[in-house]
Design a protein around this ligand. Structure first.
Ligand code: SF4
Length: 407
């Protein structure tokens, strides 16, 4: 077991597989893995109820053994995450996958997470014939995207950069992207001297960028960018928002020039739902409650909160709190509900900051049916829904990620 895995609280992982793995052909030759005529068609699975998938997923998971690692993001639904070998945020999950010898990574998350797993994935595995092979990443439903990542299209970002170049500003600007972005955006940043950050290392990444340039061009989450910049002492009026649909981003040259951080006009549709009034309401109803939120929430919400942090940090805050503590958490509802159940026995009360329910609907698309379909196809030697980043994109995206790892 590697040290990274051992360090992770609450993360269950498979024993590390050897750096060799079973090939598809050996799966075919296993008599216990007899071909199922229903396996190919996803339609056959979608017609069946959720609960009927449990035994099939468990059986498939057992047959596939250590050649597969099944990763579940914290926001994933219960019916799926219960089968995960490891749970965590996107970055931790990608690192876990890369550090195992599993040949197949079934990523129960969203598209950019599966791309990141492919970017960080191992390319030094060996098959039974002695050939060098790479890990393969599977996203059980290709429709599981991320609304925030989709708010920054590479063509829009390139067009914005051209404008900044035309204004004479790009030479002194470092492009920086949140992990929650497409691989092409990560590559864009890598190629122009920038890097990737996560919600837990955003401040360190910003400091790295300010050592190299006068300003940051931050993609795609304006809230994480604003919250991080403000915590570093940058006034709000020095963080202009770039609207990709407006001429020159909707900003004057003077505003852009004076800006320390140019914020891309993107947001998470889940975290943006939390409002300052929600903080007031829970405090009025539960005196003494602590409000803890994810930095993808609006600046006004973060200012009112007792603490902010990545999903891993939010979990840690609850874990470390004394018995009897109360928390209202501003993040995705599946994680909040799971924490409420997990800590009820310790007398900790945990509620969502907005009880209308903030659900990541795209993450929710990964259903037990999709998971069973992906695993049973794998048993028959078929890799469905593989996520593979293009080689040209991979090169610069990997550089942007490596720079992050160095800070
Ligand atoms: S919670 Fe928000 S940022 Fe995370 S995957 Fe869902 S839409 Fe994207």
């Amino acid at each position: 077991m590697n040290s990274l895995l051992e360090e992770m609280p609450g993360v269950a992982v498979l024993p590390e597989a050897p750096p060799t793995s079973v090939s598809a052909s050996s799966l075919d030759s296993n008599p216990s893995l007899a071909a199922n005529p229903e396996t190919c068609s996803l339609e056959n699975y979608l017609a069946l109820p959720d609960h009927s998938m449990d035994e099939r997923i468990a059986a498939a998971r057992e047959k596939l053994g250590s050649q597969v690692i099944l990763l579940g993001h914290h926001y994933q639904r219960d019916e799926v995450i219960r089968f995960a070998d490891a749970t965590g945020d996107s970055y931790k999950l990608s690192k876990i996958a890369a550090q195992t010898g599993a040949r197949y990574i079934v990523f129960c998350g969203v598209h950019f997470m599966a791309e990141s797993a492919d970017l960080l994935g191992r390319e030094d595995l060996t098959d039974e014939q002695g050939n060098t092979i790479a890990q393969q990443v599977i996203l059980p439903d290709l429709n599981a995207g991320c609304s925030m990542a989709d708010m920054a299209e590479i063509s829009q970002v390139e067009a914005a950069w051209e404008v900044l170049t035309h204004l004479g500003l790009s030479d002194e600007t470092i492009p920086l992207t949140y992990m929650n972005s497409a691989a092409a955006i990560k590559a864009f940043c890598g190629e122009r001297g920038g890097l990737v950050c996560t919600s837990s290392n955003a401040r360190a990444a910003f400091e790295w960028a300010f050592e190299r340039g006068k300003r940051i061009f931050f993609l795609p989450d304006q809230h994480l960018g604003r919250n991080t910049g403000y915590a570093m002492g940058i006034p709000l009026d020095q963080m202009p928002v770039w609207d990709p649909w407006a001429l020159q981003g909707g900003q004057s040259k003077a505003n852009l020039e004076a800006g320390k951080i140019i914020l891309w006009k993107g947001h998470c549709s889940v975290h943006q739902r939390f409002l300052p009034s929600h903080v007031d309401q829970v405090r009025a109803k539960y005196p003494g409650i602590q409000v803890i939120v994810h930095p993808e929430c609006r600046w006004e919400v973060c200012q009112k909160a007792d603490a902010l942090g990545s999903t891993e940090r939010l979990i840690q805050l609850v874990e470390e709190a004394p018995e009897g503590s109360m928390f209202a958490i501003g993040t995705e509802i599946h994680l909040v509900n799971r924490l409420a159940k997990r800590f009820a026995e310790q007398g900790k009360k945990i509620i969502t900051l907005d009880d209308s329910g903030c659900l990541c609907t795209t993450m929710y698309r990964i259903s037990p049916q999709h998971l069973a379909w992906a695993l049973e196809n794998l048993i028959e030697g078929r890799v469905v829904n593989q996520i593979q980043v293009k080689k040209t994109v991979k090169h610069w995206a990997r550089i942007a990620l490596d720079r992050m790892l160095e800070i």
